[in-house]
Design a binder for this molecule. Structure first.
Ligand SMILES: [Zn+2]
Length: 133
């Protein structure tokens, strides 16, 4: 199931669970995995705070206890924007950037964006394979 409504996912990340399971089944069946080598240049690799991997109490502190390195789009994904994202800088264990357009990219949204790219790649494999349902 391709997901093209990013905002719906941001409101309810649970709707990603089933497509992710499907995506990983597709990778298993095709012997491919995310990310493919070409994705590392097509997309932007960023290291952000990963609250999913932190104990509950870590949220009380500014310093991350867990990070994730994920791939995101080069452009701002806020509705109707799609202008280039700002330059990356390291801030301790994570990377930060300020978008010239003024939109703020939250770390948890970057992780979701990466999962959406992974799902889209899996669905693309199905299409290329000619086995699309
Ligand atoms: Zn923007």
């Amino acid at each position: 199931m391709p997901i093209d409504n990013r905002d719906a996912v941001l409101r309810d990340p649970q709707i990603l669970v089933l497509p992710l399971v499907e995506a990983r089944e597709i990778f298993e069946a095709t012997g491919k995995s995310w990310p493919p080598p070409e994705a590392r240049t097509a997309f932007r690799e960023v290291t952000v705070r990963d609250r999913r991997a932190e104990p509950w109490w870590a949220g009380l502190f500014r310093q991350p206890r867990a990070v994730a390195t994920v791939l995101i789009q080069q452009e701002c994904q806020h509705p109707g924007c799609h202008t280039p994202r700002g330059d990356l800088f390291w801030d301790g264990p994570v990377q930060v950037w300020t978008n010239p357009c003024g939109h703020v990219d939250r770390p948890e949204h970057m992780i979701i964006e990466s999962l959406l790219l992974e799902i889209a790649y899996a669905n693309q494999l199905l299409t290329e394979d000619g086995t699309a349902r």
